[in-house]
Design a protein around this ligand. Structure first.
Ligand code: UDP
Ligand code: MG
Length: 139
């Protein structure tokens, strides 16, 4: 995946809370183009695969249960410097520490239920994007 792309998903808390529209509005207003988007629900095995990098962390099982608890909205986004700029837009992992105006500050419920995912590197953006989408789904 080129370096001007990142992967995101709106997480189950934010979808359930009715924040899909406002979050997508802020993503587009920040200059990101949506190349692919869908609504899906993972089972806990699929959530476990997506977050396999965290398998040894104490929060892993709870994270997998949460991420499979409801619908999510995965997306592939395009913008110059996409990975870094998107991490800035969403804010710190813990919404209590996220900067004012960031998506997590505005819409997250908690450290675990933190509204949205953003890839942390170009390499992971490519891996995570291909978890949900094939190249031909990117328009
Ligand atoms: N998480 C959690 N407890 C923690 C750290 C992380 O429940 O102490 C959850 C949270 O949903 C977070 C996800 O695990 O978004 C992945 O953690 P990571 O450290 O990769 O944070 P992110 O890259 O999402 O900011
Ligand atoms: Mg991460």
């Amino acid at each position: 995946m080129p370096t001007n792309r990142t992967f995101t998903m709106i997480k189950p808390d934010a979808v359930a809370d009715g924040f899909t529209g406002p979050i997508i509005q802020q993503i587009e207003a920040a200059g990101f183009k949506i190349l692919a988007l869908k609504k899906v629900q993972l089972n806990s095995e699929e959530a476990g695969k997506f977050y396999a990098v965290h398998a040894e962390r104490p929060f892993y099982q709870s994270l997998c249960d949460y991420m499979s608890s409801g619908a999510i909205i995965p997306m592939i986004l395009e913008k110059e410097n996409a990975v870094e700029d998107f991490r800035k837009l969403i804010g710190s992992t813990n919404p209590a520490q996220a900067a004012e105006g960031t998506i997590r500050k505005q819409f997250a419920r908690s450290l675990e239920s933190n509204a949205i995912h953003g890839s942390d590197s170009n390499e992971n953006a490519a891996i995570e994007g291909s978890f949900f989408f094939s190249e031909k789904e990117l328009i």
